[in-house]
Write a protein that binds this ligand. Sequence first.
Ligand code: CA
Length: 228
Amino acid sequence: MKKVLVLEDEISIRSFIVINLKRAGYDAIEAGTGEEAFEQLRLHPNIKVAILDIMLPDTDGFEVCRKIRASNSQIGIIMLTARTQEMDKVTGLMTGADDYVTKPFSSAELMARIDALYRRTGSVKHEDLGEIVQGPFRLNTRNRTLEKNGARIKLTQVEYAIMKMFMDNPGKPLSREDILNTVWGRDYFGELKIADVNIRRLRIKIEDDPTAPSFITTVWGYGYKWGL
Ligand code: CA
């Protein structure tokens, strides 16, 4: 069964999400507090996607996200943000979330995000057996891991997918639409900004100086380019 954690203290919203998950064939694991969420993650180590509300009675969703990411880079994380808190989106992504959905959201919108993330986190491509080595970087496409100068860099699944796309296309300018289509899928509802925020986070992990990136350079008005 495909398990999704739903951390939301508002019963009406949680029920709405749970009903839609069940309808789509997912097993919804419910939590109303941060503590319950960690307990459920311990009980169900095979949860592949977590939906995290931000305002919670005992903690906030960013803190939960940070703690999950400290030990689990594989799980997909979607934050539920409020329309009025535009900054939440960036904060959430910078703490390690893969995506966000703004309240109020439609079931179609939420399910599209979950499906896209689930496909990515759940899929292991068996045809990929090799590794891509470029400059100081070694991308192992079997284990989906990255090393820089022999040291492991922890990547989320989204960050890995972006790295793979860059290393498959050295020197080629990639538009933000290309990146969204390849990494998130063509049926993705999201905004182009999500590519920018994920790339900003990736730069912090892989660049010598993230404020003056030399590997992932910006192509103004278009997108990004990978080069060494
Ligand atoms: Ca809440």
